[in-house]
Design a binder for this molecule. Structure first.
Ligand code: FEO
Ligand code: CA
Ligand code: CA
Length: 564
């Protein structure tokens, strides 16, 4: 970390390649490890994470390892990857689960703890929910359409009140390719499935990544996966009820009537904001029925309404249910399973609002309102979205070629997260008041020279209702971005709108992933891809070490609540 505020301290909890088991090997800066060592170690590019306290004073952490920095994963710039290279890269993806305990006042990883586990791009998972077993999910290797291997590009996360971890499959499409003569279908194109490899070359060593040989394989990714972090032998469940798209995070709110609402962003230019309302109700405590709450529910997508240049308005959740809102065979939707597998197309059909890349959603812990980071969108007002819909300028997406991003907030009617209508406004429009005088690009009134940022992405509330904002943007610090510096984390007050810069990350990183101890006295923050694209970072080791994505702990020197 380059800086935390005065009165705070930070430490590294663990970094890419640190072993979780004593039979692993310490990270080797020369080789950057092997397939075998990586399978026993923390993955690369940590992102969303959750902290689950245990009765014995320890805790289990589940941390996403979104993707691998291929420019650092291998010691040389390898063009043709061997089977061993691919093994290592697959193992750098997925989720790391491990126990932590406090020693000498610091949280540290417990090697060989009973719940330590690596989940990778090859770990067996069950496809569950309304789409399980559908023809579109059947492949040569899995004619049942119910058993998928692995998860990758796990971006943000969610945590359920019944103690499970939700991991969100985002840019799953970028791992498929083929050398055969193959034209992706229109449905594959909507999800960005192409025939050209984007660097990993998994398709050369595993036929399921060859889209000509296994064209349905991409349909088995793009889901929310539910993991029980307490049982290292449990099978991760791909919950198809939450739809298939490029999932950012999964923010869980329990409505007063007991139904569980999960807010879901689809991070692509001009895609949409969704929610699931569970069919069944949550019961407090360890009722085993809770474990299936995400199996059944109604998926909705948001339409934001507005008048003229207004930066606030009304909105409605549009139901994505077979037989409703034009989701019928005449329009190409033959079942609920098809609607879920092709959720983007269903959202287009019902008239959802094209958004400026919905990233994390955060629900206020004490008020019925939720926030979504709309990170940026260079195509706003310029290009249609993947569904051929114009990306109109206005409402919650008010700027053409939006390179700064904004945070939209909505309040469900009747203070009920299951209500079908809501009011919305913008909590902040990022901008640069030093460079622009035009109020739209200078940013909203709560943006100033001391807190400028671009591309809000990670978003989470602490238990007191502070809104933590993490950025994944342009860190060039010049032109439109002059004065913003490296990616950062800010703290916002939802009542007053005030936003203050809290920490600044190292060179060429993104700050993403956040979790707290229950007493809010330790905060866990992710520093992802420091030194990406071979930028000059040696975080966190210093000297001439390889830069490594890391989880850091932040504490206050007086032991107080972070942000207080
Ligand atoms: Fe993985 Fe949309 O960030
Ligand atoms: Ca993100
Ligand atoms: Ca992002």
């Amino acid at each position: 970390m380059s800086t935390v505020p005065e009165g705070y301290n930070w430490d590294v909890l663990l970094s890419w390649g640190d072993p979780l088991f004593s039979k692993g090997t310490p990270f080797d800066h020369a080789t950057r490890g092997s397939g075998e060592s990586q399978e026993l170690a923390f993955g690369d590019n940590n992102d969303g994470m959750s902290f689950f306290p245990l009765p014995n004073g320890r805790a289990v952490m589940a941390v996403n390892n979104e993707y691998a920095n291929l420019e650092w994963l291998y010691p040389n710039d390898i063009e043709a990857k061997t089977a061993e290279d691919v093994r290592k890269s697959k193992a750098a993806h997925g989720i790391s689960v491990f126990e932590v305990e406090q020693r000498d006042g610091k949280w540290q990883v417990v090697l060989d703890a009973p719940r330590n586990r690596r989940i990778t791009a090859d770990t067996p998972m069950e496809i569950t929910g309304p789409a399980a077993g559908h023809d579109l999910l059947k492949t040569p290797a899995d004619p049942t359409g119910t058993v998928a291997l692995g998860t990758w590009n796990n971006c943000g996360n969610g945590k359920t009140p019944w103690g499970t971890y939700l991991t969100c499959e985002e840019n799953f499409n970028g791992y498929f390719a083929t050398d055969s003569d193959y034209t992706p279908t229109a449905a594959q194109k909507r999800y960005g499935v192409k025939t050209t490899d984007r660097g990993t070359q998994w398709y050369r060593h595993d036929d399921r990544f060859d889209v000509a040989k296994s064209p349905n394989e991409p349909n088995r990714f793009g889901y929310i996966v539910e993991i029980n972090p307490m049982d290292p032998n449990s099978t991760p469940m791909k919950r198809t009820a939450l739809g298939r798209f490029k999932h950012e995070n999964a923010e869980v709110a329990v409505a007063e009537n007991g139904h569980v609402v999960v807010y879901l962003g689809d991070d692509e230019r001009g895609e949409h904001l969704y929610r699931l309302v569970s069919r069944d109700r949550y019961t407090r405590g360890n009722d085993p029925a809770n474990t299936n709450l995400l199996e059944h529910g109604t998926l909705y997508v948001a339409r934001f309404d507005y008048t003229g240049d207004d930066l606030s308005g009304r909105g409605e959740w549009l139901e994505l249910t077979f037989g409703k809102n034009g989701l019928t065979p005449e329009n190409g939707f033959n079942s609920q399973a098809e609607i879920l597998i092709h959720a983007r197309q269903a959202a287009t059909q019902v008239g959802a609002t094209t958004m400026d890349r919905p990233e994390w959603v955060a629900a206020h812990p004490n008020r019925v309102e939720a926030y979504c980071a709309l990170t940026n969108n260079k195509n706003r007002g310029v290009k249609k979205n993947g569904g051929g819909i114009a990306q109109t300028i206005g409402g919650p997406n008010p700027r053409e070629k939006n390179n700064y991003g904004q945070i939209v907030r909505w309040r469900p009617d009747g203070q009920d997260h299951t209500a079908e209508t809501f009011s919305w406004d913008l909590y902040v429009m990022a901008g640069n008041p030093n460079v622009h005088t035009d109020s739209l690009y200078a940013g909203s009134a709560n943006v100033n020279a001391a807190n400028m940022f671009n591309s809000p992405d990670g978003l989470a509330f602490d238990s007191d209702g502070r809104l933590w904002i993490q950025s994944d943007g342009n860190y060039g610090n010049e032109g439109d971005f002059a004065g913003m510096g490296n990616n950062q984390m800010l703290c916002g007050n939802p009542e007053t709108g005030e936003i203050r810069r809290f920490l600044t990350g190292p060179i060429a990183c993104e700050i993403t992933g956040i979790s707290f101890t229950p007493d809010s006295r330790t905060m866990f923050v992710g520093v992802q891809h420091p030194g990406e694209k071979k930028k000059p970072s040696h975080f966190p080791g210093g000297g001439d070490t390889v830069p490594r994505s890391s989880v850091v702990t932040i504490t206050k020197n007086d032991g107080g609540v972070i942000g207080s």
